[in-house]
Design a protein around this ligand. Sequence first.
Ligand code: SF4
Length: 313
Amino acid sequence: MGSYADYCRRLFGRPMLKLTIDGGFSCPNRDGTLGTEGCSYCCGEAFSPAYCRGGKSITQQIDDGIRFHASRRRSATGYLAYFQSYSNTYAPLDILRMRYEEALAHPLVSGLVIGTRPDCVDEEKLDYLASLSKQHYVMVEYGIESCYDRTLASIGRGHDYACTCHAIQATARRGIACGGHLILGLPGESLQEMVEEASLLSLLPLTTLKLHQLQVLKGSQMGRQYLCHPGSLPPPFQLEQYITLVCDFLERLRPDIVVERFAASVPPSLLADPARSWRHPDGSHVKGSELSRLIRAELARRGTSQGFLHINK
Ligand code: SF4
């Protein structure tokens, strides 16, 4: 199972760091076009690190992001501008052009990762991104969240799975790298259904995938629901149970899909239900790197690997 760091090394020949950028975009599920409350698990605040806030230009955010990572001893020789907050293709094309090209003009930025909703791309935007991808690395990262229409309806996404499939296929057809984001543990989904999502996603031309356990955030609809009726949401995964689920999922996932992360990591101050973030007996948090080690160890114990049960269709 290749890591995202290996993927970057293969593509760029060196380690890369992603710099989160707030491009000042909105989301149709928040601006009233589809709704005002957002998806039921979403809390806009969780998206942006502090260095993105305060109406800074994109160049300023990149410079501050590089300094922020350097202060944490995380440096790289190349950076990807990660347009992460809200829906980063949700604006007229001339605005998108300005934002993306300002990021690409930064001498240390080698490419773009653009997070968005599947219903916020169209032929014109994808054609533009395809032309950009001839000169620069471009990945569009789609919020998939679930492969089941009943779940997508219940969490208020405002689009169905067919829309997701169409956007990913239209993007990949143009030679643009595609990422996906999936939440495990959404209300109403059984463990078996979550595992089966691996086979459904394997049918799509995805390059990368991020897995997240359901987090219940303050300020989200689910956060409010949890505070009033804690029992109305599915119970949090125990760590061992989540490792089993992810390994079952990985065994069915196409082996070339790079799994970029296995779980969400949200600042504890934003969690309405802290039990959804795992801790050691001494109270310290289980880090993402530790979780990936445990997942790899479980696959090794089983004698399997990503794609072990994948059937080419
Ligand atoms: S999760 Fe994404 S699509 Fe949903 S409300 Fe939040 S920003 Fe919008």
